[in-house]
Design a binder for this molecule. Structure first.
Ligand SMILES: [Zn+2]
Length: 384
């Protein structure tokens, strides 16, 4: 992957390229930033740039033998470690090498993937992945071997927070790696990282991708109009993976769906007639049919919308809402207490968490509709 293939993040790219150009690449680097912001893409681009035989001051060439291997994720001196679960058909502990072909296909299809996307691509059930002690020992062994091509040995650890305490095994090699070795740790949740590892790496914090860059990224990859790209970008909120999910799902009708749902939740609490109960049940039935991926996209949209409503009520304007949405948001923000937004966002984010873990959507939407109605009670007098 070349730097020019990484969406946005121009400041970070310049920084990384500058480190290589000035010969000041640290032996342990950590890219730390939120899901979907292209941390892994940046790590891949840096690895390719370091090994390119014909690099320019701004990017890898993309055509030398080393670039060709890196672009297929098969360079013999680039090693990958990522969270895995134990393979049923294999004896012994789980290590990344068991899944290397799945890993390469996953990178081919989406380098912005989330931890959950990755795990779901390798196992059916709700197992949790981790990076094992055996994997750590394998890293140390692999890096002690000679390089194949007289280049850097690069070890990318994706989601290094899944090392847990096993990370201690790597302390010595992080501090004094063999010559020409570069560790690139990609981390989303720094709170789960051991301090001992944090203190041994040079940390580069990476921001969410700018809305305009997400929009441009979508326009360059898909045939879609500018309005739709802008709409998706502002909901994705800097997360390219969320934007790509929306491209494959039915994002277009979520504003109407949300409007109907909030009215149903309100009515269920304030005017609990049998007709209103039926409206909610019909809505749940229909939403349950859209499938888990679309339900996740819908909930992301709902969170985006309520965050914007909250902003609207605090500052009097929203830069991201327009048309009917803005009208609905204005009506809503005039009636909700500031605390309500936080309560609603908490409910929605918990729902997203459970949908991701295969909760029954009908039960989940029913119980939380009642909760949301409770938050609304008395605060949404005339909602249409
Ligand atoms: Zn090259």
């Amino acid at each position: 992957m070349k730097f020019s293939d990484v969406i946005g993040q121009s400041e970070i790219k310049t920084k990384l390229i500058g480190m290589v150009q000035s010969g000041k690449i640290p032996h342990a680097l950590m890219l730390m930033g939120p899901e979907g912001n292209g941390n892994l893409a940046l790590a891949l681009a840096l690895a390719q740039y370091l090994q390119c035989e014909n690099k320019t001051p701004t990017d890898a060439c993309g055509t030398c033998p080393s670039c060709l291997r890196n672009q297929k994720f098969i360079h013999p001196d680039v090693h990958f470690t990522f969270p895995v679960v134990k393979r049923e058909d294999k004896k012994g502990p789980a290590v990344s090498a068991d899944y290397i072909s799945e890993w390469r296909s996953a990178l081919e299809s989406n380098v912005y993937m989330s931890y959950n996307d990755w795990l779901q691509s390798i196992v059916a059930e709700n197992k949790q992945g981790n990076i094992s002690a055996d994997e750590c020992r394998q890293i140390i062994h692999q890096l002690s071997l000679k390089t194949y091509e007289n280049s850097y040995k690069i070890q990318i650890i994706w989601l290094a927070e899944y090392l847990g305490h096993e990370g201690n095994i790597l302390l010595k090699v992080l501090e004094e790696p063999p010559p020409d070795t570069v560790f690139i740790l990609v981390v989303e949740n720094s709170e789960l990282m051991l301090n001992t590892i944090l203190s041994r790496t040079q940390i580069i914090k990476t921001p969410p991708i700018a809305d305009a860059d997400v929009q441009e990224g979508l326009l360059s990859r898909f045939e879609l109009d500018e309005g739709s790209a802008r709409r998706i970008a502002r909901i994705a909120d800097g997360n390219m993976n969320a934007a790509l999910d929306m491209m494959s799902g039915e994002e277009g009708t979520n504003d109407k769906r949300l409007h109907q749902w909030l009215v149903c939740c309100f009515n269920l609490k304030m005017k609990p007639t049998s007709a209103n109960t039926k409206n909610l049940l019909d809505w749940i039935e229909e939403t349950a049919k859209t499938g888990r991926e679309n339900q996740k996209i819908f909930l992301k949209y709902a969170m985006f919308f309520l965050r914007e409503c909250s902003l609207l009520s605090h500052t009097g304007h929203s830069q991201k809402l327009e048309g009917e949405e803005l009208k609905f948001a204005t009506g809503l923000s005039g009636r909700l207490q500031p605390d309500s937004y936080e309560a609603l966002l908490k409910i929605l984010s918990r729902m997203h968490y459970y949908i991701e873990r295969n909760a029954n959507p009908k039960i989940l939407f029913m119980s939380n509709s009642i909760r949301i109605g409770g938050v609304f009670a008395g605060e949404l007098a005339e909602m249409e």
